[in-house]
Design a protein around this ligand. Structure first.
Ligand code: UDP
Length: 373
């Protein structure tokens, strides 16, 4: 390739796409490359049987930031989907997040006062004042019953580690409330783009040159100097040749099936919170868009440790990995021609709105403001 670009953007996911869109709004040229055969990164959706399938796992857009909400709505119309997962523990079903419906199902309590008493009875017994890990954090928030039935085994499947060896912030993602409200998120803005996520990335990247099936490390050997700056959204440790050793990530394997029935589980997300089954959850894709198709598509999610050759999904932000990441971050800060972004580039458990905000941060330092300012 002999064209020269202002930016080489590595990874056609949400971070790279927001950056590219904003750079182009500032008259800059962008080449976007991705090692996969399509754009969209992990928010990529694909239409099968008229259903938009979340190929890399469920993505529900939610945010407290009106600016971010208005921004994403420029690229697609969003529906009024509200995430309300159901948890299945053996043959028992409970509503998530932890709310009055859950407490009623567990203990038969009917009022917030009764629920609080029940939880206090359990947490008082344990006497945890300063929770040091996920187990202590969960126990001190909700007590033993909820921990045992809805947290412990699910979390151990999801992270492949004992709850005592996991950071407590992970469990703080889940709301705990004393109202009959099954909305999984506390954010005021939430929804699913009608027609899927891929259109959003397509629109953001309109005007950029795009190369899929292109691995950065091979590409750059032959095209060094192709752009003034690089936006790198891959694994930060890989960028530096795993110099200090590899960071740990969790990966997910999906078993996706098309079923000749209209409605398999009656909900988009059912979490399987016991060790009895190996998968963590089943997603029924059509319910994200209230689909009425004659068939349905489900994905069973199996969590696994990341190793070379499979896709990394979740950074493992425990003490050991955070210390290792800090060393890579120090190297990254010295690279004045490379911007690191996204879940993998920043080794952060970002939701989509936080990805957009992080990209806005980079855009502001490059161009002083974003099109949302
Ligand atoms: N979690 C749990 N039980 C559940 C759902 C979640 O214990 O039924 C815990 C688990 O540790 C998980 C964390 O809460 O890793 C965050 O869950 P979330 O649904 O936010 O995870 P994501 O959708 O990002 O995979």
């Amino acid at each position: 390739m002999n064209k020269h670009y202002d930016y080489l953007i590595v990874g056609a996911g949400l971070y790279g796409a927001v950056f590219a869109y904003e750079a182009m709004a500032n008259g800059k040229t962008c080449l976007v490359i991705d090692k996969r055969g399509h754009i969209g990164g992990n928010i990529y959706t694909e239409n099968r049987e008229g259903i938009n399938v979340h190929i890399y796992g469920a993505h529900i857009f939610h945010t407290s930031d009106k600016k971010v909400w208005d921004y994403i709505n420029r690229f697609a119309e969003f529906n009024n989907y509200v995430n309300s997962p159901v948890a299945r523990y053996h043959d028992e079903l409970y509503n998530l997040p932890f709310n009055m419906n859950t407490f009623h199902g567990l203990w038969g309590v009917k009022t917030p006062k009764e629920a609080k008493e029940k939880i206090k009875e359990q947490t008082d017994k344990l006497g945890i004042t300063e929770p040091k890990n996920l187990e202590e954090q969960a126990l001190s928030l909700v007590g033993e019953d909820i921990y045992k039935k809805l947290i412990k085994e699910y979390t151990e499947k999801q992270w492949g580690r004992d709850c005592k060896d996991l950071p407590s912030f992970i469990i703080k993602r889940l709301p705990l409330r004393f109202t009959y409200d099954n909305n999984y998120f506390n954010d005021p803005y939430q929804g699913i783009p009608k027609g899927g996520y891929t259109q959003i990335i397509e629109k953001m990247l309109d005007g950029a040159d795009i190369l899929v099936n292109t691995d950065y490390f091979d590409f750059i050997k032959k095209n060094d100097g192709i752009a003034d700056k690089t936006v790198f959204t891959g694994m930060i440790d890989e960028f530096f040749g795993f110099k200090y050793g590899p960071l740990e990530y969790r990966s997910v394997r999906f078993e996706t099936e098309t079923l000749d029935e209209e409605n398999y589980q009656g909900n988009a997300v059912v979490n399987y919170t016991s060790h009895e089954v190996d998968f963590t959850r089943i997603i029924e894709h059509k319910h994200f868009e209230f689909g009425k198709q004659p068939k349905t598509i489900i994905s069973r999610e199996y969590s696994q440790e990341w190793h070379n050759g499979i896709e990394p999904y979740y950074p493992l932000n425990d003490d050991k990995n955070s210390a290792l990441y800090a060393k890579y971050k120090e190297l990254a800060d010295k690279e004045d021609k490379v911007i690191f972004g996204g879940r993998l580039g920043n080794y952060s458990y970002f939701d989509m709105d936080k990805v957009i905000l992080a990209a806005f941060g980079a855009v502001r330092s490059e161009f002083s403001k974003t099109t949302a300012d």
